[in-house]
Design a protein around this ligand. Sequence first.
Ligand SMILES: *Cc1c(COP(=O)(O)O)cnc(C)c1O
Length: 383
Amino acid sequence: MMKKLRFNSATIHGGQSPDPAYGAVMPPIYQTSTYAQSSPGDHKGFEYSRTHNPTRSALERSIASIENGQHGLTYASGLAAMDAVMKLFSPGDEIISTNDLYGGSYRLFTKIFENYGLKFHFVDMQDSNHVAKYVNENTKLIWVETPTNPMMNIIDIKGMAALAKLKNVLLAVDNTFASPYLQQPLDLGADIVMHSATKFIAGHSDVVLGLLVVNDDDLQEKLAFIQNASGAIPGPMDSFLTLRGIKTLHVRMQRHSENGAAIANYLNQHSKIGKVYWPGFESHPNHQIAKDQMNDFGGMVSFVPKGGDLATAIKIVEKIKVFTLAESLGGVESLAGHPASMTHASIPKEEREKSGVVDGLIRLSVGIEDVQDLIEDLEQAIG
Ligand SMILES: *Cc1c(COP(=O)(O)O)cnc(C)c1O
């Protein structure tokens, strides 16, 4: 066993060692569904690739290492990982969730799992006393997403963990927007960390994959059972790509954060721009919590042009050239999205405007290009 490595080394070496077969330094892509047995039940730990695959196991060790957890689990997508968590529960169980939530998560909860008898409460989590009001004897889980999408609100993970412990319920954190470079929820008291590795973790917009990390052995056993029994596992190629992405997570996140700060500050002083949402501003309502629980502020920035009208926002996202107008986030390339017509289109206008998703809102996933090119691109698009 290697000694416990610092984060910037764990991304490269955590849970990894040269492949025993030929000493390959990079984990081979074990593109196989099955494994030879010398006698029935006598094998090298691998029987069938829905249950185990060496490339996937390498990724599971890597994510556990960089989230400071005991066990990693891999899934076909971020939503498949969440689906597995929901299958821990039974009809009548209640779950309290962040209200300002990724649209696909909201859809999974309300359109799939409500039909199976789970009950969800979507709650503003800025204040844990407010969340406490929704806990009753059926409550099994608190589901936190922070920073939130696209409003960049910050939820106090330690505060939520204290509430969860007090009420004897599980706490899960969707850590997709932050990545473990920025925050490590298990260290702050969470029981389950979830990632859409599709975003910052894999980081190159070339794979869809989901991850969970837990410390508790019993929870790991239940989730591994669901993983195998339900079968929403990633293939070895996608596991390999994600593992390769993790090796540069720390350098990418450092640049995402530097560029994000520069873009947020540029937009904030622009005469044609109104509100800018970025947790690094001292004026951000949750700035102190962000400073306490995050190592930096990341590359996600949302803003509204002055006037906040739809036409101006559309004009800007049509004129950008270095930024690409697209769904998703967290890749090396800069992306811009228009939540009201893209990611949040399924939420009624009145509902989304309550949480700040107005027609003029633009969300940026600031990539790792030269920041001057990004600023000049926004400058010509804003006009
Ligand atoms: C993308 C995303 C998901 C869903 O992940 P997929 O890999 O697309 O299934 C969940 N939560 C957040 C915050 C996301 O950004």
